[in-house]
Design a binder for this molecule. Structure first.
Ligand code: NOJ
Length: 734
């Protein structure tokens, strides 16, 4: 498929149906024929599939798109019913435009890229076979042309008998036409073109006669296989393609059902239940798998995968599939250097990447590893050996220390981490180009991570390490409280020249959300300051969709602050409701005991709520978007970067660990529910260390005892290893 077919669905995966008698044709998915008299159009997204149902001129189409779990293929499963009173003779066209290889090259150097594709018809297996003889991988911009083959073949077939094909875009569409009225469809005559250069497509024609109320089932399959492997097995028996595809869909939905059973949440709020039990874990799993690759929103072609994102994305799959996290962490650790620093991003296919010197990136290593250890207690992982990016190797445990020590070695004149090219906020990128500027958020984050590791050093009886990090924590706490309090909130950063960012003295960019949230999350803010900071955020940053990341937004460019001031006010990091950051505020409010405020913000951020005005919101109303435009811009309420956002994993964990209070620790699950008043009682099913927990929580407040399978346990720590049963019924509260 060619890249970036959104938002217009051009090019797309099309099935056109033409009535031979009248010559009328329409698409079973609306695009590209568009203005047809549909009596019904319905698009349903499920876990792993999308189903489009249409009714048009006496034909009902049910078209299900999915990618099977166990075959490298894309399946378009169709049921076509004649709902009219007369028999119909129909021409069916399955069409897709091919890229194969490198999307960036296709976008910027297409004339050159056109010299390498080939499409031919395989008479024996009755499918189109496409490939190319040249592959450009992302190794940075260079004029050197790699001597590399694209090592795959793409197969395209329809289970129906075939009556024609085309491999050439020009031949299929024809001159002065578009996908909306291809010459082949209009005339009913396919060109039978095979190409060895040009614009590759896969287009197939079939004929079907349908009696009234009769249904024709068929399946279009696009499969990929290594050149060395030949035609995939499932394409060799065309007669069985339909039942094969049905089995694949069943397996796919069964997979997601199983996956989602790891966490089932029942609160009095239907939207929360739907989010925490279905869409939020699903989004987190998709983000873990795919969303950081090349796609519509993400410059995966340009930027590769961000290392900090990589270490956060694991949070979302830990509950359902902890076994998948260990290899993921091992893989990501390869991008750390021996001095503890890291690449900022990497390309999976080449292993290359960039060292940008963002100040926070190395710290996400201990963040991710600690999250894994807390879920699994798999302390053996610390002994595993992983290579450094610049040669040599050391254990995972050692890598944590190196990341922390590297960051502690970067402290600047105020005792805060130097910001260098930015911190979590990529757009604060010109605060410290000379290496003197410092990040207040970064100090809080470093303190938070240090504190996260304390139980580990204690567990491992590494007294000296523990003490060293405790001292560093206290010093950061002092530095932030002594030098970074602005009167009502914490500052955000200091520039190279020592001037402050995020002060009430500034005309713009006065109050930054993250510095407040993380001062609280790190335990740095004394209670009175925490309350003051929260009050300031509530007063200045709360919007109908969640928390604005900064206010007032920058309206004038500040070259010594960075890209943030070049973003449109109210969008992106320049004052949007940046959901990722907004979620941290929810957690901070919870931590500070402001449960109702936390719930109010959480509730507003749920897609079901922030997307209430669908036309304004514009993107999928069932997954979190990275940001929603704030009232500082006329398009307020418009969302962007759906799927691709750390928001997914944080909202999931804030829901489960925060409100419901099921908090993994090295020695068990801490029970610390903080239920909003609207939830007198909740039930949760959660998988934890091989057991299924069925937890009933009534009321809120500190837990001093609970029951497990009817047995009373004192305290609030559930040590699952104390119980032999596989299913534990846990009751918290009266
Ligand atoms: C997008 C990046 O993927 C994420 O890592 C970053 O923290 C945000 N931008 C905020 O700038």
């Amino acid at each position: 498929m060619r890249y970036n077919s959104l938002p217009w669905d051009r090019p797309g995966r099309y099935i056109l149906v033409k009535d031979r008698e009248t010559g009328f044709y329409h698409s079973l998915s609306w695009a590209p024929t568009l203005d047809r008299p549909y009596q019904r159009y319905e698009c349903a997204h499920g876990q792993g599939y999308t189903r489009i149902t249409t009714e048009c001129q006496g034909l009902k189409g049910v078209l299900t798109y999915f990618v099977p779990r166990t075959a490298t293929a894309e399946v378009w499963r169709v049921a076509l019913t004649n709902t009219s009173a007369a028999p119909r003779t129909l021409e069916i066209y399955a069409f897709v435009e091919l890229l194969m290889g490198n999307a960036l090259n296709d976008l910027i150097n297409q004339p050159n890229d056109k010299h390498f594709p080939e499409v031919a018809f395989d008479d024996e297996h009755l499918c189109l076979v496409a490939s190319r003889r040249y592959w450009v991988l992302n190794r940075g911009v260079t004029v050197k042309q790699p001597n590399v083959d694209w090592p795959y073949r793409l197969y395209f077939t329809n289970s129906l008998p075939l009556t024609g094909f085309d491999g050439s875009l020009d031949a299929f569409i024809g001159r002065w036409r578009s996908e909306a009225n291809p010459i082949a469809v209009t005339t009913g005559r396919m060109g039978g073109t095979e190409i060895t250069a040009g614009d590759p497509i896969a287009a197939l024609q079939s004929m079907v006669t349908l009696e009234p109320q009769a249904t024709q089932e068929f399946v279009v399959v696009m499969a990929l296989a290594p050149k060395t492997a030949g035609v995939p097995e499932f394409l060799q028996d065309r007669g069985h393609l339909v039942p094969w595809s049905d089995r694949q869909l069943q397996e796919l939905t069964a997979y997601w059902d199983r996956y989602l059973r790891a966490l089932v949440v029942t609160t009095p709020d239907r939207d929360v239940n739907r989010s925490l039990s279905i869409w939020n874990p699903y989004q987190a799993a998709v983000t873990f798998e795919m969303a950081r690759n090349s796609g519509y929103y993400h410059g995966g072609l340009l930027f590769g995968t961000g290392l900090r994102d990589r270490f956060q994305d694991i949070l979302g799959v830990l509950i359902a599939a902890p076994e998948r996290v260990r290899p993921r962490l091992r893989d990501a650790l390869r991008y750390q250097f021996a001095d503890g620093s890291t690449l900022h991003n990497f390309f999976r296919l080449t292993g290359s990447g960039e060292k940008t010197n963002h100040s926070d990136t190395p710290l996400w290593i201990p963040f991710g590893v600690m999250a894994y250890l807390k879920e699994t207690a798999d302390l053996d992982f610390l002994q595993e050996t992983v290579p450094f990016y610049d040669g040599g190797e050391s254990t995972v445990g050692d890598r944590l220390r190196r990341a922390l020590d590297y960051s502690l070695g970067q402290l600047g004149p105020n005792g805060l981490p130097r910001i260098h090219k930015g911190d979590w906020n990529d757009t604060l990128d010109y605060i410290g180009p000379e290496g003197h500027g410092e990040t207040v958020w970064g100090a809080c984050f470093l303190a938070y991570i240090l504190r996260e590791t304390f139980p580990l050093w204690a567990w491992l009886q590494e007294e000296a390490t523990l003490q060293r990090y405790q001292t560093a924590y206290t010093q950061l706490q002092q530095a932030v409280n002594e030098r970074c309090w602005d009167g009502e909130w914490y500052l955000r950063a200091f520039r190279d020249d020592g001037s402050a960012v995020g002060s009430h003295r500034d005309r713009q960019g006065q109050l930054f959300l993250n510095a407040q949230s993380w001062a609280i999350l790190a335990g740095i803010a004394p209670p009175a300051r925490a309350q003051q900071a929260i009050a300031a955020c509530r007063e200045r940053l709360l919007t109908p969709y969640g928390m604005q990341i900064v206010a007032p937004a920058y309206r004038e460019v500040e070259p010594n602050t960075g890209l943030i001031s070049r973003c449109v006010p109210g969008k992106k990091e320049n004052g949007a409701v940046f959901n990722h950051a907004s979620s941290w505020f929810v957690l901070a409010a919870l931590t500070a005991g402001e449960t109702e405020l936390a719930w109010e913000v959480y509730r507003r951020m749920l897609p079901a709520n922030s997307a209430q005005d669908r036309d304004r919101y514009e993107v999928e109303p069932y997954v979190f978007a990275e940001y929603v435009t704030s009232p500082e811009h006329p398009t307020q309420g418009q969302a962007s970067h759906s799927w691709l956002t750390g928001t997914a994993v944080w909202m999931l964990r804030i829901g489960v660990d925060g409100f419901l209070g099921l908090q993994p620790e090295l020695d068990g699950l801490r029970l610390a529910p903080r239920l909003p008043a609207a939830w007198p009682e909740v039930a949760v099913q959660r998988r934890f260390r091989g057991k299924t927990l069925q937890v009933q929580i009534r009321g809120s407040g500190p837990v001093s005892a609970f029951t497990v399978n009817g047995e009373r346990v004192a305290g609030n720590l559930l040590r699952v290893t104390d119980f032999v049963d596989e299913v534990l019924t846990v009751t918290v509260g009266p």
